[in-house]
Design a protein around this ligand. Structure first.
Ligand code: CP
Ligand code: NVA
Length: 299
């Protein structure tokens, strides 16, 4: 059975060690031949800058090769069933790194394919990004359970993966989402039942109060572009600006997975301020994904 990385709890007992390993790989400018002779395929049904580049560079640093594929230039765009694609890929490639819409597509690839599947973002989650964000917080404060993290904005894929991260790494998470834009409430309930410290409010100031990290993301995610105007109205008051940052803990940092829409979910001033660590987050995609690939292939 191949080892997959679909959501953060998949890491099980390896969760803490994986973050330490990613930090070690970053500090040592790690290179290896772990993936020598292997060809991984990236199947992206949505746009990407960071995820694509960091995976492609990480694969090369681990001695492997990769192929980037989109529906536009493959038979996926002409409705070849995913279950057939999964079986074809498994005859040529050693892993599938997939960015898509519904999480069920990953389930199908795992069911019909015979190589590892790595989740490079779905509508439900963005675990590689949030693991990189965990690394970004860990390198500043190794005791993650001491942290309060705020999520201001849409209860989207990023918010869901942050709930999973709070469950696994023990930090306290306060989400502020407008009504109608909550995260996955089944996941939130499950996380709370498992002891996670996750709060949900409609008030950004309440979530931001004394937080060590203030996180946000775009109001309309990929695939929701037609809702942009409606969402701008719903998210009024949810911009992370200097006033909101002033409520956070002394020395608090601003986080964003990028790309960002300045003047919407974050002000230009906060985005460009010394408190902003968005490019450290972007860099850490590379180191964390190398650690994730090592974990996947060490099964
Ligand atoms: N944060 C992130 O996943 O960026 P890309 O969409 O550019 O990959
Ligand atoms: N929530 C965003 C994240 C982009 C990296 C989206 O899905 O478009």
């Amino acid at each position: 059975m191949p080892r997959h990385f679909i959501r953060i709890p998949d890491l099980g007992a390896d969760a803490a060690a994986l973050v330490r390993r990613a930090k070690e790989m970053k500090d040592s400018r790690h290179r290896s031949d772990l993936l020598a002779g292997k060809v991984l395929v990236l199947i992206f049904e949505k746009s990407s800058t960071r995820t694509r580049l960091s995976f492609e560079v990480g694969i090369r640093r681990l001695g492997g090769q990769c192929i980037f594929m989109t529906p536009a230039e493959s038979q996926l765009g002409r409705s070849e069933p995913l279950k057939d694609t999964a079986r074809v890929i498994s005859r040529y490639n050693d892993a599938m790194i997939v960015r898509t819409y519904g999480q069920e597509k990953l389930e199908q690839l795992m069911q019909y394919g015979s190589v590892p599947v790595i989740n490079a973002l779905t509508d439900q989650g963005h675990p590689c990004q949030v693991m990189s964000d965990v690394l970004t917080m860990y390198e500043r404060e190794p005791d993650l359970s001491a942290l309060k993290v705020a999520w201001i904005g849409d209860g989207n894929n990023m918010a869901n993966s942050f709930i999973e991260a709070a469950m696994v790494y023990g930090f306290s998470l306060s989400l502020a989402c407008p009504e109608g834009y909550d995260p996955d409430m089944d996941l939130l309930t499950k996380a709370r039942k498992g002891g996670a410290r996750v709060a949900l409010t409609r008030d950004p100031a309440e979530a931001a109060l004394k937080a060590d990290y203030i996180n946000t993301d775009v109001w309309a995610s990929m695939g929701q572009e037609a809702e942009q105007k409606k969402r701008e109205k719903a998210f009024a008051g949810f911009c992370v600006d200097a006033r909101l940052m002033s409520l956070a803990a002394p020395g608090a940092r601003f986080m964003h997975c990028l790309p960002a829409h300045r003047g919407e979910e974050v002000s230009e001033e906060v985005f460009e301020s010394p408190a902003s660590i968005v490019f450290d987050q972007a860099e850490n995609r590379l180191h964390m994904q190398m650690a994730i690939m090592e974990w996947v292939f060490s099964a």
